[in-house]
Design a protein around this ligand. Sequence first.
Ligand code: ADP
Ligand code: MG
Length: 684
Amino acid sequence: MNLSDPVESIKGVGEQTLKKLNKLNIYTVGDLLYHFPREYEDRSKIRKISEIEYNEVNTILAKIGTLPQNLKKGRQILTKVNLRDDSGSLFAVWFGQPYLKKQFQLNDTYLFSGKVTFKYGQIQMESPDYEKVAEDQNIFARPIIPIYPSTYKLSQKIIRQLIRNALDETQNQLIEFLPLWIRKKYQLADYNYSMNNIHFPESDQSYFIARNRLVFEELFLLQMGLMSIKNQMDQKRKGIAFKSISELGEFIRSLPFELTSAQKRVVEEIKKDMISEKVMNRLVQGDVGSGKTIVAAIALFIAVKNNYQGVMMAPTEVLATQHYQGLAPILNQFNIRTGLLTGSLTKKQKENILKQIKEGEIDIVFGTHALIQENVAFKALGLVITDEQHRFGVRQRTILSEKGSNPDVLVMTATPIPRTLALILYGDLDISIIDELPPGRQKIDTYSVNSSYRHRVYQFIKKELMSGRQAYIICPMVEESDDQELQSVISYTDQIKHEFEEYNISYLHGKMKPKEKQKVMEEFLKGEIHILVSTTVIEVGVNVPNATIMLIENAERFGLAQLHQLRGRVGRGQFKSYCILITDSKSKVTMERMKVMKKTNNGFEISETDLKIRGPGEFFGTRQHGLPDLKIANLYKDISILKKAQEACIEVLNMDPNLEKEEHQLLKSRIHQLFSEKIKEISL
Ligand code: ADP
Ligand code: MG
């Protein structure tokens, strides 16, 4: 049996079960085996009913004392069963699962595991997991039992059995793909041992040994996958050696402000790269509002004064236009010719600008994805900049670079990511960090309130509008949906019109035509629109320094990264700014997020906290980067394994860059299997 065999080849997977497995994204034997336990139950800790700890999960070995009853509780059915052992008795209760009534026979013995409470004068075990125990069964033979993550109507028992079957059917014949020398060097357990012991550990220690290997494996494969595409991208290395430009000082002095020392440092780092004949491959990370755009302009200036062209690509038309409108005037003063290329130009305008780019009559082009189309050709492209790079795939950036001959590349991002993730993603990129905001910026005060405060919040917004400021209101939806709870941009705008009678309100969302969006943004920038109700289209990059209020409706709908980006739309000028998060959700994750938002304005701190709040799997930024979810590694806890995995990866690639050696063939095919499709979408 192979990992890539369909999961229905495993005994016990019928049509119904298959459907449920598919809902869990399990399609192959490999998917099933990599569906790792979320936690384990230790049966050596079975308690007598008389020794139960309240408000905790307890495991008991008990007999069915009375036949189950289905009782009506409001609109739901409550199933109740009496359980007893020789020390006492309690009730097991389940909601909305009336079929359980037929499940239990009087006097049969089960293991039950669930949270025990004392309610209405009774001891209750709430929705326990259960497993039948046969007369002659020694339940202590393997005391550690896996508990699987949300198993979508598959009971723990069934999923456990399926995995047991899969392991039995693969009969310890899973093919080891980690080279022996790596396993020796890093003391990693064998593949079959690890798979068996992650699901059904023989002991605590064998679990740790198994986990260690599987975490290493996961991080190592991810790193290998990423490095191998980068290797492909970095084949040709010799780039342009730009010359120092004496006019640069004058250009910088002409700016309306003095660069912060962080900006100055980053400019120096970029200058050094550009002057060297190595191809620059640099990431500029800087929190929202730290002033990355002007740093880009300086790099473009250097390229143009060396008689090359430069290009700056942004993920949205709004942002590309903003770059163009903001930078063209300062660049024009130094006789630099600029242009804007987006999807919404007329055919004529487009032809015209394409011709100018090709003949070198334009020095710097700003634009959107339109820039990577085939018909865009440069005369001498020397510098490629992508802003908000997490919105672009590797391929898109490569296509743009290939329009020149080894141009220098600068990518900019405001999405702070945890250091560990940065290590994985950008291990081979040079990173510059702008870790300072321009002077005079004040902390953005952040509040989180429930919707009963909405009216008071509006009063507050009015006060700000009266002193000449502007406000954003973010809603999660474009149009009214079935989900009554979610605020939508269009109806929200209607609703607040009477509340803010004397002000201009307009809305913005991704489904509008580029021209319309542009018009709204321009009016907002000029201050003609006072309140802009918007979806997250304004999430990245938009710069309107006079806006001081960011009100976010249904804040529970947004991740921390997004909330932080949205908040970054205010506090961009000299005025005190506010971010108000409205949510009625009381979920733990939401509460934690709100707490972090209130506590800090620092994107890096936020991203680190996010990593702590979430377990493995989902974590800050991975989705945005299109990375596969991690199934077992936890980037917060497993840093030391990550370092080893990276070290191993570098070692392999130094020794055998294209994985041609015999001993690396299985590894190579495993990487292909995992990444061949995904890798193109990943944005680095
Ligand atoms: P981001 O890093 O989020 O892209 P921007 O480049 O849009 O930030 O800059 C945010 C605002 O700060 C802009 O209005 C810009 O003109 C201003 N700014 C940038 N650098 C400085 C500086 N050194 N001093 C004062 N204002 C600055
Ligand atoms: Mg920006």
